[in-house]
Design a protein around this ligand. Structure first.
Ligand SMILES: [Zn+2]
Length: 487
């Protein structure tokens, strides 16, 4: 769990406003045309540099040295043949099961471990890498980001909040507005073109990039747990697939090279052992409780509330969004300091506070209020600050004044229910990991998956993960992805 990132928000917004006042005309490095740019190149770089820490704080970086080295070396190789060879790029894998890739202005490119799991060869990866570098080199975000960023609200999937509570929920999402930045159709097509160009130039077969769009398409049709946001912010995958296929053929004729790499087996070996899906070690909800096996705490969650677990906070809200409960960590060392900081940062007026004990832990309860500037609605807040294992946990509940007493029972039950987690069966949870297996004799994908313990209701999920159909024939020696659970 990371510390909150209040300060970064302020810096970020300051930068944003400064940038908006300085609109200017610049030459687009890709098209060579003059165009209105909201940001200078230095401002772009600064925006990326400011936003990167909050993205890392929000999602966490996935630690895998080999995979990290792979994306860095391919990324740098591609950066050098791009339209901005001297930019100084950074490439990161975020610890999120969501299937997504995105770029920040100034050279920051992110892949989730979810998208890394879904690539089936290096060429697919290279195509998406090229697409994201394309957004940077063609300076799409510089043209587009400002209106969008200001319109970002309530970004956490699954938790719907009324207007006044959103600002608090957004604390966890600093900088993440850029993540879900919607580029225009033209920008996306331009990035697809650049993705083909760049990946072809470093020797990969860009036809594979086209193929990856069908994986994204299948994921979005399947819906459910992992919604590919990469797709939802991008144009129709079927059209893109056709376009990219044609462009790939064109670029392969232009580039003086006889063969283009796909590197299926090499890629699959690289992701052997990659964490797949939600990682319960970072906290999980189970039968109206939240458990954190690494930080070793638990608390009850009101039944039928919507929930979201992020590295910087846990969010809970009732249907209709008229209240919000959060768990965050304080940066402060003592309960008193933490209470002061909480009130000050949020400009809440203290009503009362009291030293408490919560399941044997030192705690302080704080009652506060605030009138929302825009709606003039009075909001009441109850917070429990709890000292545990050298950290100060903040459980914060808020609701409109008139609803507050209705929600207080829920707040109290959750806050006073915070306690040490000692149940070994809740602590010793392990995530699923990708396991690469070699087919021993010719068979169908479906038979091979079943043989490797994939349950009937997950067969389609694994067909998509493998970029295949269940009735596809597999020859002896072919590698496929299945999963296993181990420490
Ligand atoms: Zn894009």
């Amino acid at each position: 769990m990371e510390k909150p990132v209040f300060l970064q928000i302020r810096l970020y917004i300051g930068l944003l406003l400064a940038a908006m006042l300085m609109q200017s005309c610049a030459i687009n490095p890709v098209t060579g045309k003059r165009q209105l740019m909201l940001l200078s190149e230095n401002q772009e770089k600064a925006l990326g540099t400011q936003s990167d820490p909050s993205i890392v704080a929000t999602y966490g970086v996935y630690e895998d040295e080999n995979l990290q080295n792979f994306i860095t070396s391919k990324g740098n190789l591609m950066g050098r043949i791009s339209h901005k060879p001297k930019l100084g790029y950074e490439f990161k894998i975020l610890d999120s099961p969501v299937v997504n890739a995105f770029a920040l202005p100034g050279g920051y490119v992110y892949f989730t471990r979810g998208i890394m799991a879904h690539f089936n060869n290096e060429a697919e990866f290279a195509g998406v890498l090229g697409h994201e570098i394309g957004h940077i080199t063609a300076r799409h975000s510089a043209q587009q980001y400002s209106r969008q960023i200001l319109a970002q609200v309530g970004l956490v999937a699954g938790v719907i909040l009324s207007e006044d509570f959103r600002q608090y929920a957004e604390i966890a999402n600093t900088g993440v507005g850029l993540l879900f930045l919607k580029f225009g159709r033209d920008n996306e097509s331009e990035s697809d073109r650049l993705g083909v160009e760049y990946s072809t130039k470093i020797g990969y077969d860009a036809h594979e990039m086209a193929g990856f769009f069908s994986t994204l398409h299948r994921l979005s049709e399947q819906g459910g747990g992992s919604i590919p946001t990469f797709l939802s912010t991008h144009p129709d995958p079927i059209d893109r697939e056709k376009n990219v296929d044609q462009l790939a053929a064109q670029w392969q004729r232009k580039v003086n090279r006889r063969e283009f790499d796909i590197e299926r087996n090499k890629y699959l070996r690289r992701i052997d052992g990659l964490v797949y899906g939600e990682d319960p070690r970072q906290g999980y909800f189970e039968s109206n409780n939240f458990y954190h096996p690494e930080l070793k705490f638990q608390f009850p969650v009101p039944s039928n509330w919507q929930t979201a677990n992020m590295p910087t906070q846990v969010q809970m809200a009732p249907e209709g969004g008229k209240a919000l409960m959060l768990l965050t960590l304080s940066n402060e060392k003592s309960l008193n300091q933490a209470a002061d900081a909480l009130l000050q940062q949020n400009q809440w007026q203290l009503v009362s506070n009291k030293n408490e004990r919560v399941n044997g832990l030192n705690a302080m309860s704080v009652l506060a209020q605030q009138v929302d500037q825009q709606s003039q609605q009075a909001i009441k807040i109850q917070a429990y600050l709890i000292e545990y294992n050298g950290l100060i946990y903040q459980l914060i509940g808020m609701a409109y004044q008139q609803d507050f007493n209705n929600y207080l029972t829920h707040f109290n039950r959750t806050m006073k229910g915070f306690k040490k987690l000692s149940d070994a069966s809740k602590i010793n949870v392990t995530p699923e990991r990708i396991k690469i297996v070699e087919i021993q004799r010719a068979t169908t994908l479906q038979a091979a998956l079943k043989k490797n313990g994939i349950s009937g209701k997950r067969l389609e999920e694994f067909a998509i993960l493998n970029g295949m159909q269940l009735n596809d024939q597999l020859a002896k020696g072919v590698l496929i992805k299945v999963v296993e659970k181990k420490k």
